[in-house]
Design a protein around this ligand. Sequence first.
Ligand SMILES: C[S@@+](CC[C@H](N)C(=O)[O-])C[C@H]1O[C@@H](n2cnc3c(N)ncnc32)[C@H](O)[C@@H]1O
Length: 257
Amino acid sequence: MPYFCGLAIFDIVPVRVLRDLVPPLVWRAGVRVLRGRSTPTYQGVTSLADLSALHRGRFATVFDEAFPNNPDLRPDGNLTRLRAYTTMTFAAIALRGPGDVVSIGISYGVTPKVVYELVVKGRDRNYHLVDPFWPKDGANYADDPAPVMAQFGGDPCVRLHRNTAPEALPLPLDRGLAFAELCTGDQRAELASLPYLIDQLTPQGVIVIDDYGWGPSTVPYDRIAEYFNAQIFVQPTGQGVLTKRPANRPRSAADRC
Ligand SMILES: C[S@@+](CC[C@H](N)C(=O)[O-])C[C@H]1O[C@@H](n2cnc3c(N)ncnc32)[C@H](O)[C@@H]1O
């Protein structure tokens, strides 16, 4: 993202307007030059560390193909890049154990596509996608599941549940839950879904709560996690990562070294 005097130029002039005004070749060359000179920001996260893993290799190939499906993420795609990478990382760790996979809040399916291609595909796991695909109401979320589901190539392991959570629960998780990601923007719905999801979670399982650190308080999530003997730690992206405490160890013993 090009920066001038601490401000992104895209903060001053709406990027769509700017792009319409500039010839395409000049636009592409300009973006390349300015990007090379600046430190990318990923929805408020800026790092001087080498984050080229977000821009090269298989993750970048899949993410760069998927993000333009969501009109809100164009043109540079960095807004949810780090969040998608974080979700994918924890999904990959969780799927070293048994169980199926759940995403709640799909819209254009950018993160689910990344998780599917890089972690789930070909692993004999069911991938349950939950979203009502409501008619557009100003939020600009996807209202038609057909093009979203087409991204999964008709894989019978990927199953759409066109409903809200928690109403869509329980899901057919015969093998338990290895990984879930919650990305609805509806804290009430996520809190109401968590007890079931934690109950289904395998001992090595992980739940990524995308909006965890973005709400006014993390306390409601923490309370539910504590009640069900789980814990949540926060990522720089604001995402919460929930894991279960070992079942047969008293909580106080876990806190001692
Ligand atoms: C921010 S978008 C999801 C973006 C998606 N994770 C991605 O990476 O492209 C939020 C979605 O959550 C859905 N949603 C809202 N409330 C929900 C609920 N209670 N259960 C399931 N989905 C819900 C909306 O319909 C919308 O499509």
